[in-house]
Write a protein that binds this ligand. Sequence first.
Ligand SMILES: C[S@@+](CC[C@H](N)C(=O)[O-])C[C@H]1O[C@@H](n2cnc3c(N)ncnc32)[C@H](O)[C@@H]1O
Length: 227
Amino acid sequence: MSGPRVLPTREGYDRWAATYDTMGNWLLALEEPEVERGLGDVAGLDLLDVGTGTGRHAIALAARGAHVTAVDFSDEMLAKARAKPGAERVRWIAHDVLTPLPFAAASFDRVLSGLVIEHIPVAALAGFFAELGRVARPGGRIVVTAMHPAMFVKGVSANFHDESGEVRPRSYVATLSDYVMGATSAGLGITGLVERTVDADLVERYERARKFLDWPALFVMELRPPR
Ligand SMILES: C[S@@+](CC[C@H](N)C(=O)[O-])C[C@H]1O[C@@H](n2cnc3c(N)ncnc32)[C@H](O)[C@@H]1O
């Protein structure tokens, strides 16, 4: 039996776009309340969603009154996002976040990046975090979530299935210290770190999560911009 097919990250997500929202991804369910709690009340705030994908967070946050800008480099993921009800409230921008963000410094009160950093090479993490910090306003909040590095120990990274079998948009193995040092070396302050394990409640809702019961699956970083 052959192993998963690894594709360049952008191509992988272009292919995943068709099923991303409907595959019953339990990690998204574990992550959503953490993002909501980390961002707090967003009504009236300028918010940037970095690596928005199909706009899962961006559209919900716009519905809660945020002025949302959302970037991603996958045209197919963005096409799914743009086709959703409520998408007209969001400014969508195609952009590779491994290059500088196309925004002036201090443009956003909240910066979110959900389940993207596992696709950022370790050597590029500090630059990525520095850009999040540059575009955030002083006093603002930055929330970054990741598939927990412990999942890589189980041989798992972001994946989906198509007619050829398991497909993986390229991820990069990182440690928690890579993420923490990436943020702090970019001058960001850490206001909170959360590690969420798979619990019985999640397994009840998503049977496929059972094999990860009690295992760390999600890492959340709550950060503040440089002073
Ligand atoms: C797991 S999805 C998460 C999407 C969304 N944030 C969510 O939580 O549902 C990862 C997203 O990051 C995007 N991404 C990965 N590397 C990127 C890069 N260098 N520039 C822009 N987007 C990137 C992918 O295209 C994909 O849409």
